[in-house]
Design a protein around this ligand. Structure first.
Ligand SMILES: Nc1ncnc2c1ncn2[C@@H]1O[C@H](COP(=O)(O)OP(=O)(O)OP(=O)(O)O)[C@@H](O)[C@H]1O
Ligand SMILES: [Mg+2]
Length: 218
C-alpha cells in the first residue's frame, strides 16, 4: 500500500500549507479531483520527489520514500504537458522509458508493443514535433506505462483524446494497473474517468484530501 500521512508542503509565501493524507492500494486506481489550482499537480510532484515536503511521511509497503531522490523512487510520472522531446521520433521518445539494462533486441519489440497498445503503430518513426496533441499524449503515456514501476502517477492523461480513443486508453490503464499491481494515482477533472476507473476517489479541497463515495466496482 502507498500511504501519505500528513505530508505537508507550502510554496514560499503560502499562508496555509497543503496537508495530504491518503491511501492507495496495489492493483487499484486512486483518483484525485479538485478545482484548477487546488494543488493536484503539487501532490504528484511531492510523491515523485520533485518537491520536498516540510513534514509528514510517504510510505510504500513500510518503506519510507521521503529520503529518496526522484530517480531512486519506484515511480513513473506522466506530466500534464511537455512530456516529449520534439526532435526525437515516437519510438525514440518511448525508448527513453526503458531501463538501460534491457538488451537492444528486446527494446525494439517492447517499444513497438507499447506504441501499438496506444494505437500508434503507424507513427513509430514520425518526429514528435509532427504529431497531434492527442498522439503526443499517447506516446508519452506509452513511455510512462513501459517503465513498469509500482507507483504510476498520471496528471490528466486523457485530456487531449477524443471520446472513442479515451475509452480505449482508459481501459488500457485500468487493465495494466490490475495486471501489474501498480498503485495508480489518476488526476482527473472528469467524473466519467473517475467513475470508470477509480476504486478510491479523493477530492482536494482547501489544501487537503477528502475521501469521496465511489460505487462498487465489478
Ligand atoms: N513553483 C510554484 N511556486 C509557487 N506557487 C506555485 C508553484 N507551482 C504551483 N503553484 C501554485 O500552487 C497552486 C496549486 O498548483 P497546482 O499546479 O498543484 O494546481 P492543480 O490542482 O494541478 O491545477 P490544474 O487543475 O490547473 O492543473 C496554484 O495556486 C499555483 O499557482
Ligand atoms: Mg495540475
Amino acid at each position: 500500500m502507498l500511504r501519505a500521512d500528513n505530508l505537508s508542503f507550502a510554496y514560499p509565501g503560502q499562508a496555509l500549507p497543503y496537508q495530504f493524507s491518503f491511501e492507495a492500494l496495489p492493483g487499484e486506481v486512486t483518483a484525485i479531483s479538485g478545482t484548477s489550482g487546488s494543488g493536484k499537480s503539487t501532490l504528484l510532484d511531492l510523491i515523485a520527489g520533485f518537491l520536498q515536503p516540510q513534514g509528514g511521511r510517504l510510505v510504500l509497503d513500510e518503506a519510507n520514500l521521503s529520503p529518496l531522490p526522484p530517480e531512486n523512487r519506484p515511480v513513473s510520472l506522466l506530466l500534464q504537458s511537455d512530456n516529449l522531446f520534439d526532435h526525437l521520433s515516437a519510438r525514440q521518445n518511448v525508448e527513453l522509458g526503458l531501463p538501460r539494462e534491457i538488451a537492444a533486441a528486446s527494446r525494439r519489440a517492447l517499444v513497438e508493443t507499447a506504441l501499438k497498445d496506444v494505437g500508434l503503430s503507424a507513427l513509430v518513426d514520425q518526429s514528435a514535433s509532427t504529431l497531434s496533441g492527442g498522439q503526443k499524449q499517447r506516446v508519452a503515456l506509452a513511455r510512462t506505462l513501459l517503465r513498469d514501476r509500482p507507483i504510476l502517477l498520471l496528471d490528466e492523461p486523457f485530456s487531449a483524446l477524443d471520446d472513442e480513443t479515451r475509452l480505449t486508453i482508459r481501459d488500457l490503464v485500468g487493465a495494466l494497473t490490475r495486471a501489474q499491481g501498480w498503485h495508480t494515482i489518476l488526476v482527473s477533472h472528469h467524473a466519467d474517468d473517475v467513475a470508470a476507473l477509480a476504486a478510491r476517489h479523493y477530492r482536494l479541497v482547501d489544501g487537503s484530501l477528502r475521501l469521496e463515495e465511489t460505487p462498487a466496482k465489478p
